[in-house]
Design a protein around this ligand. Structure first.
Ligand code: ATP
Length: 134
C-alpha cells in the first residue's frame, strides 16, 4: 500500500501548545461552516467559531475543543491559533458542567445586569467541551 500523505497540524493558544503532530486529515469549525483539509491544500486563512477540530490520524479521530480563533493553511501545514483549546483528554468535565449551569442560570434569571451575549458565549464554550468528551 502506498504510504499515506501527511500534513503538519499545530494548535496553539496564547497560553500553550495544545497539539503538534503529522496527520492525514483535519476538519475545523470555520466561521462560515466546517472546512476539511488534506495535505497540499491551497493556501487559506479563515476565522473559526466555537466548535470541534477533528483530527484524523492512524485510523482514529481525535477531538479538540476550540473557542474561536483563526486557521492558516500553507505548504501542507495547518496552524490553528485559538483563543482557548483543549484536547478531549484535557477537558475537565465537572468544570464544563459547572460553567454550563452558571451560564444557564444567568440566562434564565435575565434582568438588566446580565450580559446576554457573554452568557451565551460561555454556554456555547461549555456545551462544546462536553460534546468533545461525549
Ligand atoms: P470557566 O468559566 O470554567 O473558566 P471559560 O469558558 O470561561 O470556562 P475560557 O476563558 O474559555 O474558560 O478558558 C480559560 C482557560 O481555562 C483556558 O486555558 C481553557 O483551555 C481552560 N479551560 C476552560 N474550561 C475548561 C475545562 N472544562 N477543562 C479544561 N480546561 C478548561
Amino acid at each position: 500500500m502506498a504510504e499515506e500523505k501527511l500534513q503538519r497540524l499545530e494548535v496553539v493558544t496564547p497560553e500553550r501548545k495544545v497539539y503538534s503532530e503529522d496527520v492525514r486529515f483535519v476538519v475545523v469549525p470555520g466561521s462560515e461552516g466546517e472546512l476539511g483539509f488534506l495535505p497540499d491544500h491551497a493556501p487559506l486563512v479563515s476565522a473559526l467559531k466555537i466548535g470541534l477540530v477533528r483530527v484524523h490520524k492512524d485510523g482514529k479521530v481525535l477531538k479538540i475543543a476550540v473557542s474561536g480563533g483563526f486557521v492558516e493553511v500553507r505548504n501542507s501545514r495547518v496552524t490553528i491559533l485559538a483563543n482557548a483549546a483543549e484536547r478531549e483528554d484535557q477537558i475537565d468535565v465537572a468544570r464544563a458542567e459547572a460553567a454550563k449551569q452558571r451560564a444557564e442560570q444567568r440566562l434564565a434569571a435575565g434582568g438588566p445586569d446580565i450580559d446576554i451575549a457573554r452568557a451565551e458565549a460561555a454556554l456555547k464554550r461549555a456545551l462544546n467541551r462536553l460534546k468533545a468528551v461525549s
